[in-house]
Design a protein around this ligand. Structure first.
Ligand SMILES: [Zn+2]
Ligand SMILES: [Zn+2]
Length: 130
């Protein structure tokens, strides 16, 4: 029976995607797994990883790395910068950053540039020494 398995996969993928889309926290796979498990108790961490890979290949989610070098995911594909706290590893979106005309970077670096990523590092208010 092919159809039910495919339906389940589609549903799992949609729940994984919705979990990422509805948070601003740039979650790790473990966090996503914990969330998804509340509605799909039988899902495995391996299934979550597999769905993350598919969503990434389909261009629906983006993989980013925080201060702790763990992969995190977001569904906000609008150009935006990140602030990464070196204390707690939190990643925050910074909207409204002017984009530099990176399509013309090829002239400078001699390579095809396909994406601009801007990261600011520092300490968030909670981690800043008082
Ligand atoms: Zn912090
Ligand atoms: Zn972001």
């Amino acid at each position: 029976m092919q159809a039910p398995a495919r339906t389940r996969e589609t549903r799992q993928r949609r729940v994984v995607y919705e979990t990422i889309r509805t948070t601003k926290s740039h979650p790790t796979a473990d966090w996503i797994f914990d969330q998804v498990r509340t509605t799909m108790p039988k899902i495995s961490l391996g299934t979550v990883y597999r769905n993350l890979a598919v969503l990434k290949n389909e261009g629906l989610v983006r993989e980013i790395y925080g201060g702790d070098r763990r992969a995190r995911y977001e569904a906000n594909l609008e150009p935006h910068a990140h602030f990464i706290c070196s204390g707690c590893g939190e990643i925050r979106d910074i909207e409204g950053m002017p984009e530099i005309p990176w399509e013309t970077m090829k002239d400078l670096v001699g390579c095809n540039v396909t994406e601009q990523r801007v990261e600011f590092l520092g300490r968030c208010a909670a981690c800043r020494p008082r």
